[in-house]
Design a protein around this ligand. Structure first.
Ligand code: GLT
Ligand code: MN
Ligand code: MN
Length: 386
């Protein structure tokens, strides 16, 4: 019942299960797996797909011949395992060239190089089957606002996105973009810090229909925000093209923990939002195993991400079928229809009628809602006693 299936569309990045445990204070603790080994590991744990940055697959120093060999080997591993590539992205943050950003760098050569690198990486992603292309601008920001103009940064980001949308159209690729926000790390502050910022930015592009978002649990939690609300806004706008699932304690460094490992209740409400609204794109786990893990434990980590999702999905079904919960919800949402005449949009007649309607304000203020009872039922459901 909790075994992953292809229709769950569970994916991992090469950089996730392939993470070697290096952190700002310590060296790698696990040996680097090859992309081919990672594909086989993902097949073993039951994942559906693998995503990658250009340089997760092809080192930035590779020759054209080396690239072709690597891509051939990778395609063979995909064919051998049935693992698919739904998403790809560009590494615009590791190389020293991007120390002050890529598309928003103050250096025009860096900005142009970032476009060139992304065009090549888009070609690579499309060659391997990707239909979604993620943009996470980890270095697009500042430590001091003395040297970079934030208005210019927005304009440069827009120019880059417009250029790359036209490139995709020009090539005839079937590819959409998904923009991923993060408030900080590795920069002191990153531009377009939340999913909401990205949604507003997208509407200013030349081809907004080609561009959606890729929200990540940890990134909204780092900012102390309610991730489910951000995902809901993206879904309601038809912009949830992809999602990065993981977990994160509020107020901490960028933890990228196993999905559901910190905030189970938030994870439940997120899964409920996705499942009840028919989310049908990749469920990507952008997380990595604890630094204490060996590769057996990395497999436990990957299995755990998927298993927790499926357990929560089953809890959602129980929530929807629970008579007591549903009765409470029916009571909470009860509507006697007496206000119908004021709903469904403005008209001068409605406005006039509304102005003349006599509300019993004290009575409205006396009405409570049984959210304590409802929430306790949710807690008991999650604790397994319902
Ligand atoms: C990096 C980052 C993630 C992004 C990846 C895509 S790379 O691991 O922390 O949130 O999704 O660039
Ligand atoms: Mn992250
Ligand atoms: Mn991410």
């Amino acid at each position: 019942m909790y075994d992953p299936k292809p229709e769950n569309k569970f994916t991992f990045g090469l950089w996730t299960v392939g993470n070697t445990g290096r952190d700002p204070f310590g060296e790698p603790v696990r040996h680097q797996l090859t992309p081919v080994e990672i594909v086989h590991l993902l097949a073993e744990v039951g994942a559906w797909g693998v995503n990658f940055h250009d340089n997760d697959l092809v080192p930035i120093t590779a020759t054209a011949a080396e690239r072709d060999q690597i891509v051939r080997d990778f395609k063979q591993a995909l064919a051998d395992t049935g693992i698919v590539v739904p998403m790809a992205t560009t590494n615009l943050f590791s190389d020293p060239a991007f120390r002050d950003g890529a598309f928003t760098s103050n250096d025009a050569q860096v900005r142009a190089y970032a476009l060139q690198k992304t065009m090549n990486a888009i070609d690579l992603g499309v060659e391997l089957g990707a239909k979604i292309y993620v943009f996470w601008g980890g270095r697009e920001g500042t430590e001091t606002d003395a040297g970079k103009d934030p208005v210019t940064a927005i304009k440069r980001s827009r120019e880059a996105m417009n250029f790359l949308c036209e490139y995709v159209l020009d090539q005839g690729y079937d590819l959409k973009f998904a923009l991923e926000a993060k408030p900080n790390e590795p920069r002191g502050d990153i531009y377009n810090a939340t999913t909401g910022n990205m949604l507003a930015f997208i509407e200013t592009l030349d081809h907004p229909d080609m561009v959606g978002v890729n929200p990540e649990v940890a990134h909204e939690h780092m900012a102390g925000l309610n991730f489910t609300h951000h995902v809901a806004q993206a879904m309601e706008a038809g912009k949830l093209f992809h999602i990065d699932l993981n977990d994160q304690a509020f107020g901490r460094y960028d933890q990228d923990f196993r999905f559901g490992s910190v905030n189970l209740k938030s994870a439940f409400f997120l899964v409920r939002l996705l499942e009840d609204n028919g989310y049908d794109a990749s469920r990507h786990f952008d997380a990595h195993a604890y630094r204490t893990a060996d590769y057996d434990d990395v497999k436990a980590f990957a299995r755990g991400c998927m298993r927790t999702y499926l357990i929560l999905k089953e809890k959602v079904a129980r929530f929807n079928a629970d008579v007591e919960i549903q009765e409470l919800l029916a009571h909470i949402h009860a509507d006697d229809g007496s206000m119908d005449g004021f709903q469904g949009g403005y008209s001068p007649e409605k406005a006039a009628a509304l102005r003349n309607y006599a509300f019993d304000r004290p009575a409205l203020g006396r009405r409570g809602q049984p959210y304590e009872r409802l929430d306790q039922l949710v807690v008991e459901l999650l604790l397994g006693v319902r």
